[in-house]
Design a protein around this ligand. Structure first.
Ligand SMILES: Cc1ncc(COP(=O)(O)O)c(C=O)c1O
Length: 429
């Protein structure tokens, strides 16, 4: 689908909506980062394939992709059909149903570590379940996490998310809840080796650090983490909430050839419906199977989300050999274009990428590795993404861009023009 081009997008209806929403809806949004968008958090009216349309009738080539989940684009026909069929059978929330077993089987077929699975609704919940399983399996409490890796917003792990702050990421967090977390630099196997011991239950990490800025793991890092966790009997958890079904059918573990004990899946598995999973080896998941770990949730494995996930994974299983290389090539072309244009315009802007995700940085001309993260100017990126939005692209306000199976060659061609125009506009600010 092509976008409707317009000279200057107006946001009258988005502004009016915001004035109305803030009267009773906290900050006018349901998740804090959504307020970051300039010139106003844009209210969306509808979407199809790779195109989002806002309440003022402006079209955008969407690169938020629902903050990651929409791996097949907006309204993929097979997912819509599965949902419609499921609705006609009644919601059956909180019932045992045949879809759950089928989805677990599909995960076992596609994700290297995915022998036994269990479902929840969000990535945040799934991380908590994974940590509980690791603690029950080992009889230990302490956890190692890495700087600038994000594992959801619950107090026990919502620390060390931004450069220069190893503490809580939000006001109101209980500092005691994260007392059992040790923080280490991501990508630094020697630093991990110094702290890891048989006191720890788990090491959790984003195998590819997408939240930090789309960093692929340094050569040998994941294997070193695998070897160290094995040596000390520590459960290795890959948080694949973003990377699962996005970087490859088997996620980061397939792409980088290192298999964890447990993976946390979310976002893309549900093609836009709320579902997440913990999946792992039979040996570690035994703590959940035998009842040592209590796992609860009214909406866990609900038939609607599960039907969407089955349709999504079956499609990726069928067409992944074509979809993944295409998305990766499109992302690489976007990254290269941003870097070339930024160099031509002599701008402090650069782009990183891993698989089908691209991160734009402002304030730096190069982001050689995650150690350089503090050099980026996080306040300027929202101005750049504003300029891209004014030219018909919709990245996340923080500069992250996700491809999907629905992005056509025509969308990418239009994106290249819009990137050039947006970067020129940014240069004149
Ligand atoms: C790597 C990672 N883990 C966990 C989460 C939390 O997932 P959710 O937002 O579904 O709770 C996210 C969300 O962005 C994430 O990127």
């Amino acid at each position: 689908m092509q976008t409707t081009q317009r000279e200057t997008p107006g946001f009258t209806n988005s502004r009016q909506y915001r004035e109305y929403a803030v009267r009773h809806l906290a900050n006018g949004v349901s998740s804090t980062p959504r307020t970051a968008q300039l010139p106003v958090p844009v209210a969306m009216d509808r979407a199809l394939d790779a195109i989002l349309t806002d309440v003022d009738g402006n079209d955008y080539i969407d690169y938020t992709m629902g903050y990651g989940p929409l791996i097949l684009g907006h309204n993929p026909p097979e997912v819509v059909a599965a949902l419609k069929a499921e609705i006609d059978k009644g919601f059956r929330t909180a019932s045992v149903h045949r879809g759950e077993g089928r989805l677990a089987e599909l995960i076992a077929e596609t994700v290297p570590c995915g022998e036994i699975s269990s479902f929840v609704s969000t990535g945040t919940e799934a991380v908590q379940l994974a940590l509980r399983i690791a603690r029950a399996a080992t009889g230990r409490t302490r956890i190692i996490k890495f700087r600038a890796n994000y594992h959801g917003w619950f107090d026990s792990v919502h620390v060390a998310n931004a450069p220069g702050n190893d503490g809580p990421g939000s006001g109101g967090q209980d500092p005691k809840a994260s007392e059992n977390i040790t923080v280490v630099d991501w990508g630094d196997a020697a630093a991990l080796e110094k702290v890891i011991s048989s006191d720890y239950a788990a090491v959790i990490l984003e195998a590819a650090a997408v939240n930090a800025g789309c960093f692929a793991p340094p050569e040998g890092f994941l294997q070193a983490v695998r070897d160290l966790t094995r040596k000390h009997g520590v459960v290795l958890i890959f948080d694949e909430v973003i990377t699962g079904y996005r970087l490859a059918l088997g996620g980061a573990q397939e792409m980088f050839g290192v298999t964890p004990d447990i993976a946390v899946l979310g976002k893309a598995i549900g093609a836009g419906m709320p579902i997440s999973a913990v999946t792992g080896s039979r040996a570690v998941m035994e703590a959940l199977v035998d009842g040592r770990v209590m796992h609860r949730g009214t909406f866990n494995g609900n038939p609607l989300s599960v039907s969407a996930a089955i349709a999504c994974v079956e499609r990726l299983q069928r067409d992944g050999a074509e979809i993944y290389p295409r998305m990766t090539a499109q992302a690489a072309a976007i990254q290269a274009h941003i870097n070339a244009e930024a160099a031509a315009l002599d701008l402090d802007v650069c782009a990183n990428g891993v698989g089908s995700a691209v991160q734009i940085f402002t304030g730096v001309r190069q982001m050689a590795n995650i150690a350089d993260l503090a050099k980026a100017d996080r306040s300027r990126i929202v101005r750049l993404t504003e300029m891209l939005m004014m030219n018909g692209l919709m990245p996340l306000p923080r500069g992250l861009m996700y491809l999907s199976a629905a992005h056509t060659d025509g969308d990418i061609e239009a994106t290249m023009h819009a990137l050039s125009k947006g970067l020129h506009a940014y240069a004149t600010l």
